[in-house]
Design a protein around this ligand. Structure first.
Ligand SMILES: NC(=O)c1ccc[n+]([C@@H]2O[C@H](COP(=O)([O-])OP(=O)(O)OC[C@H]3O[C@@H](n4cnc5c(N)ncnc54)[C@H](O)[C@@H]3O)[C@@H](O)[C@H]2O)c1
Length: 381
């Protein structure tokens, strides 16, 4: 399949490019280096420095024989994007090219407007590029479980059947996002759903939970092919932050009471999920939603697991509850459905002690590069 990956330099984009090319797909990536520039601007560099996208693609080709086409540019630049669609003629497009950090979106006016503009205009441009080049090109957009918030009823996969005054109708599941970033992920989903109904485009929205992990099968031989791995307060996801704190010998900082439950997945499962979605495309006019995670943990559970895994490696891991910088429920009901991707054949990786220890050992190799000042939260809302 010809697959265009938007946001192909990112934490998920680059490993996806290697994964899909190795599995025989014809892959091209687009990125404008927003993430790298933001990391430099905010002084939050990734743990392991990685070469630029052209260099990584050349390294990957030399090592594996698989080619990944590279295009540097902005998905919000419509003529640029349309030209790539015209030349490459993707059968599937994976849209990762958004501003993905809740704290970044809540820093101030400039970051808020950037997040809104970038995430919505990029999505609208993808929709138009599909409409103008090949209406059957399947859009796989990364969403987030964070769009649902923490309602006091079960979370379904995308839709909810409502009975009202004796009549029934199925609506998109109500969204209660907890940051502007998460709101834009609800809004880009609404845009896609709208154009499914108007133009009959094919869309899969993958409402993903926080991802953990650094290395995939494709990158394990060469650290220059690793994913961009942030452990800071803005771009680092919670488990990745905990792993680095454990190795640095500073307390794992649990926000508030730590009863916040979310659905998590290994970066290897993200790769498998996007390929499963591509291989089983949504029907014309279908806005299909999958909840993309494999198991749920509270923040306290995660901290305890990292503590235990660290103990077995001789690390003295401590845990500290700190005031929550976010407005969110710290104790709540949480029971989200996640059967769609399993039905397509997902074979999940689970977070067991061996997985945690392998990640801790990898972080230990880069111990000298950790700046622990970057982990404590500095953005509040
Ligand atoms: N990492 C997670 O835990 C997680 C969880 C849920 C959802 N997601 C979603 O998955 C997607 C990818 O996340 P990630 O963690 O890889 O983030 P990332 O920031 O590492 O990757 C996104 C990439 O897109 C690029 N980009 C952003 N705007 C662009 C634009 N206008 N034009 C071209 N390139 C652009 C960035 O430079 C970056 O390389 C995001 O949409 C995010 O919301 C991620």
């Amino acid at each position: 399949m010809r697959v265009l990956i938007l946001g192909g330099d990112g934490y998920l984009g680059w490993p996806t490019a290697m994964y899909l090319s190795r599995r025989g797909h014809d892959v091209a990536v687009v990125d404008n280096y927003f993430r790298r520039r933001a990391c430099i601007e905010l002084n939050r560099e990734p743990l392991v420095p990685v070469p630029n996208l052209h260099q990584r693609a050349a390294l990957w080709e030399a090592r594996s024989g698989f080619r990944v086409g590279v295009h540097i540019g902005d998905v919000c630049d419509y003529p640029f994007l349309r030209q790539i669609f015209r030349e490459f003629q993707p059968e599937g497009v994976i849209h990762y090219a958004e501003q993905p950090a809740a704290p970044y979106s809540m820093m101030g006016h400039r970051q808020a407007i950037f997040t809104l503009t970038n995430n919505l205009v990029s999505t609208a441009n993808v929709i138009y590029a599909v409409k103008e080049t090949d209406i059957n090109c399947h859009i796989v957009k990364l969403g987030t479980m964070g769009v649902y918030g923490t309602p006091n009823i079960d979370i379904e996969e995308g839709y909810l059947e409502v009975e009202h005054k004796g009549r029934k109708h199925t609506f998109l599941y109500p969204k209660t996002p907890g940051s502007l970033y998460h709101l834009t992920k609800a809004q880009d989903g609404d845009l896609l759903y709208f154009y499914c109904r108007m133009w009959g485009i094919r869309v899969t929205d993958l409402n993903q939970g926080p991802v953990y992990g650094i290395v995939t099968e494709e990158s394990q031989q060469d650290e220059r092919l690793y994913s961009i791995f942030n452990y800071d307060d803005i771009f680092g996801t919670v488990l990745n932050r905990f792993l680095v704190q454990a190795v640095a010998g500073v307390p794992l900082t649990v926000y508030g009471k730590g009863g916040q439950v979310r659905g998590y997945l290994n970066i290897k499962d993200t790769m498998a999920c996007v390929e499963l979605a591509l291989l089983h495309p949504a029907a014309a006019g279908q806005y299909r939603v999958f909840n993309q995670f494999v198991e749920t943990f509270s923040v306290n559970d995660l901290a305890a697991r990292v503590q235990e895994a660290g103990r077995d490696l001789g690390l003295n891991v401590t845990i500290q509850n700190i005031p929550n910088p976010r407005l969110e429920a710290e104790e709540h009901y949480y029971n989200p459905a996640h059967t769609g991707l399993l039905a397509l054949g997902l074979e999940p990786h689970y977070l067991n002690p061996a997985v945690l220890q392998a990640m801790l050992q990898l972080v230990q190799k880069y111990r000298g590069q950790i700046d622990e000042q970057l982990i404590l939260p500095q953005v509040q809302w």
